[in-house]
Write a protein that binds this ligand. Structure first.
Ligand SMILES: Cc1cc2nc3c(=O)[nH]c(=O)nc-3n(C[C@H](O)[C@H](O)[C@H](O)COP(=O)(O)OP(=O)(O)OC[C@H]3O[C@@H](n4cnc5c(N)ncnc54)[C@H](O)[C@@H]3O)c2cc1C
Length: 424
């Protein structure tokens, strides 16, 4: 039995950006379908859904619940069968969604870079560990080290500490001079400054080291400890978990598959959040890393613009300019230091899905050549992790996306043909 859904506006991603877009578009009377691969709406920051969201998010969730938006949780976009159509898949079934306009709010993922021992069980992304804890992982009394770069390290540490973990230290790769400049620039953003102060309060007593990074994760079959470069000295520390994340990267696979222009790793959009493809909008982290306030604002602009309320959308442009300036600050002050891309040893795996080592990748000049010869990027993650690593380590551009967007069941790929044969 095949099934096909129709909607005026399809929104992919039910994080802050997608939710804000849905609320704005519904308020204009449009029929909206919000699709997200997680079991609950909320995206990365409000991963637990309405029941676990902070007070600051409750009004957003209430407005979503009061709207007429159709929420398809647990569905991911697997492929694009034809213009104006998306193939959705959940663990049990597939459906074709036909849309008039499309808003892509696909968020971001962590940049994970290889270092010796990074594939040991017990080593995760810093935000990834936070997500596991939000999903129910018990870290009470566990000893945890966090490393990498950016404010997400602090947000993750606060979540872990609140869950009963002992956060031993945070190693931030940015030098003190950059952190001080970032802190000074935050004066222009009182809400962000207050958020930073609140995190600092929650993390009182946790050592925060600048110009510091992980050298190696240690252990035989599981993580037992970590070797760190802390400024000029090295330190070996036993621990149960190590979370390492080098900032965030926009999720652009769907945008690229729809031939939307990508610039510096993010979707290119105009003042109304429209991409280079008419009727396709991009919002939130997908247009550049800037945090929850930027995501909410851009979602609102796109929801208005996609429903014809261009003047109301345009009126929000000055606010967006301010959010973009904050995004630029993040980008500038947490830029990667060269040492971070030189940690992999010859036997360190760079593509962990297909077991491809740093030494074997160094033999090639391009992503395509390496992919053809080693299967790098052809495993379950489809280059989502190693693609970014190869770009940082070897300067290779583009991980050569191919449909489907994610590993997909064969039966699901037949769905568009069935839907055509049995229209609803
Ligand atoms: C692991 C992680 C943890 C984070 N934790 C915090 C935090 O604690 N505090 C903070 O201020 N910021 C955090 N951030 C930053 C966060 O990205 C932003 O603050 C904010 O959530 C961005 O909103 P968004 O709507 O643009 O994207 P997101 O919140 O990332 O939402 C995008 C949604 O789209 C879904 N999606 C993507 N592709 C598809 C597809 N093909 N099919 C279906 N669904 C899809 C994703 O699963 C996700 O639910 C975190 C980021 C990451 C990556």
């Amino acid at each position: 039995m095949s099934s096909e859904l129709h909607t005026d506006i399809a929104i992919i991603g039910a994080g802050p950006a997608g939710i804000a877009a849905a609320i704005a578009a519904c308020a204009q009377g449009a029929h909206v379908t919000l699709v997200d691969d997680n079991p609950r709406p909320g995206g990365q920051i409000w991963r637990g859904g309405p029941s676990q969201a902070p007070a600051s998010a409750s009004s957003t969730f209430r407005q979503l619940a009061d709207s007429q938006a159709r929420l398809l949780s647990g569905f991911r976009v697997a492929a694009i069968p034809a213009p104006g159509q998306l193939l959705l898949e959940d663990p049990h079934r597939a459906q074709v969604l036909r849309y008039g306009k499309l808003i892509i709010a696909s968020g971001a993922r962590e940049r994970l870079l290889p270092f010796p021992g990074w594939t040991l069980p017990g080593v995760t992304g810093a935000g990834g560990l936070q997500a596991l804890v939000k999903g129910g992982l018990d870290v009470r009394d566990q000893h945890i080290v966090l490393a990498g770069t950016g404010p997400l390290l602090l947000a993750s540490a606060a979540t872990l500490r609140a869950a009963g973990a002992q956060v031993l230290l945070i190693a931030e790769q940015a030098p003190w001079s950059q952190l001080a400049r970032f802190g000074w620039a935050l004066k222009a953003y009182p809400a962000k400054l207050a958020q930073a102060a609140s995190l600092a309060w929650q993390l009182g007593g946790v050592p925060y080291h600048h110009a510091s990074h992980v050298l190696a994760a240690l252990g035989q079959t599981r993580l037992e400890g970590v070797q760190l470069q802390l400024g000029a000295r090295t330190l070996t520390l036993p621990c149960d978990w190590l979370g390492v994340g080098y900032g965030l990267l926009p999720n652009t696979e769907l945008l690229r598959a729809l031939h939307c222009q990508i610039s510096q790793g993010a979707a290119e959009v105009d003042a109304l959040m429209q991409t280079s493809q008419a009727g396709i909008y991009a919002v939130g982290e997908a247009t550049g890393i800037g945090g929850v306030d930027k995501a909410l604002l851009e979602g609102r602009i796109a929801g208005l613009a996609a429903t014809g309320a261009a003047a109301a959308a345009q009126a929000l442009a000055p606010k967006r300019k301010r959010q973009l300036a904050f995004a630029a600050l993040l980008d500038k002050h947490f830029a990667l230091q060269p040492a971070i891309t030189q940690l992999a040893q010859p036997d360190t795996l760079v593509c962990r899905c297909e077991d491809v080592s740093h030494a074997s990748l160094q033999l090639f000049d391009s992503w395509r050549e390496a992919k053809l010869q080693t299967r790098c990027g052809m495993g379950a993650c489809q280059g989502r992790i190693c693609g970014a690593a190869c770009e940082s380590l070897y300067g290779w551009q583009g991980s050569g996306d191919r449909p489907p967007l994610l590993p997909t069941r064969l039966g699901s790929l037949l769905e568009p043909t069935l839907a055509k044969a049995n229209p609803t």
